[in-house]
Design a protein around this ligand. Structure first.
Ligand SMILES: [Zn+2]
Ligand SMILES: [Zn+2]
Length: 325
């Protein structure tokens, strides 16, 4: 069964993908992402690989016969799920990759974003990486994913509405203004390079939830100039390397890239490309659980002071840069 079901109380779609339960148990010590293994993977630097058990498909099956009246709506699970392999090396991680290699990864993201934007059924292209056991990653081989959704998911929709409203009221981009304020305050800035700033947002609910944002107003990843693309690769290395330098070990995270929706709307003036990291730890060994308040009420709680955590992150960044040299 693969279909979308609508939750009219929340106003968003849920992907029902029961066929994903039937994924085969991988043999131990075997990796389908290593060069020469799996179905499609040959020799590569970076590679797009269609997800073998996708929750969303360009040619989805008809939903099961479960819809009923006004309240129980279904829709085909239209969209696409891709895997992005970062490197042929099985154990390397994002911050360990050379800059020239991360630049190749960014170019592949740009290509895939452009290609999926052109699919009529896709309204939002979501690039992300889950890293670490804590977020359910079983395959250490460095990889990210892309989901092309046939609707604009709720968190993105909310960001879109609020940035559009701010633009209507002030005539300026909310992200540009936020970065200006963060830079002026300075206490939550972690690093900056020629085109990007890494900072801990004023309101972050994740103790180490770094955001990454271009200094100039850029809407989408495929709008970067050559120079900005390289600077972005460097900023990615810095942000992920900073997290690893915190406790001198690979730090789990969810890394989410936010481009504008590709739903035909005119979002260029008020949508500003950005990344949010959601590391699910609040210290070396303590996990940050999203429990009843966070999950049931969507009332977030940060058990730490962002200004203190930003200072810690700045020190980790300094260690990372020193060791990388
Ligand atoms: Zn591998
Ligand atoms: Zn902006």
């Amino acid at each position: 069964m693969a279909e979308l079901r609508y939750n009219p109380l929340i106003g968003d779609w849920v992907m029902i993908a029961s066929h994903r339960q039937n994924r085969p148990q991988m043999p131990k010590d075997w990796c389908p992402f290593c060069p020469g293994e799996g179905k499609n993977v040959q020799d590569y630097d970076v590679l797009e690989y269609d997800n073998d058990f996708p929750a969303l498909m360009l040619e989805p099956p008809m939903p099961d016969d479960v819809a009923r009246g006004e309240l129980f709506k279904t829709a085909p699970a239209a969209g696409k799920c891709e895997v992005i392999l970062y490197s042929p090396k099985h154990t390397i991680t994002l911050p360990e990759l050379p800059l020239t290699h991360i630049t190749k990864l960014v170019r592949l993201w740009q290509e895939r974003f452009t290609a999926l934007s052109r699919e009529e059924k896709i309204k939002y292209v979501f690039l992300f990486e889950n890293r670490g056991d804590v977020v359910g990653v079983t395959m250490p081989h460095p990889h990210g994913q892309i989901y092309g959704y046939s609707w604009v998911p709720l968190r993105v929709k909310r960001k879109l509405e609020n940035s559009a409203a701010y633009f209507t009221k002030n005539g300026r981009c909310i992200y540009c203004d936020i970065l200006k304020e963060e830079m002026a305050d300075g206490r939550r800035i972690v690093f900056e390079n020629s085109h990007f700033v890494g900072y801990l947002p004023f309101w972050t609910d994740y103790p180490y939830g770094i955001s990454l944002q271009p200094k100039q107003h850029i809407t989408n990843i495929n709008d970067f100039t050559e120079d900005q693309t390289k600077s972005f690769a460097e900023a990615l290395k810095y942000a992920s390397g900073t997290l690893d330098a915190l406790y001198n070990k690979p730090f789990p995270y969810m890394m989410c890239l936010y481009n504008a929706p590709v739903d035909g709307g005119d979002h260029g003036k008020h949508w500003h490309f950005h990344i949010e990291f959601f590391p699910p730890m609040r210290s070396d060994t303590k996990q940050k659980f999203n429990a009843s308040s966070e999950t049931g009420a969507w009332a977030a709680c940060n058990p730490t002071a962002p200004e203190e955590k930003a200072a810690e992150l700045r020190e980790a960044y300094a260690r990372f840069v020193k060791n990388a040299k």
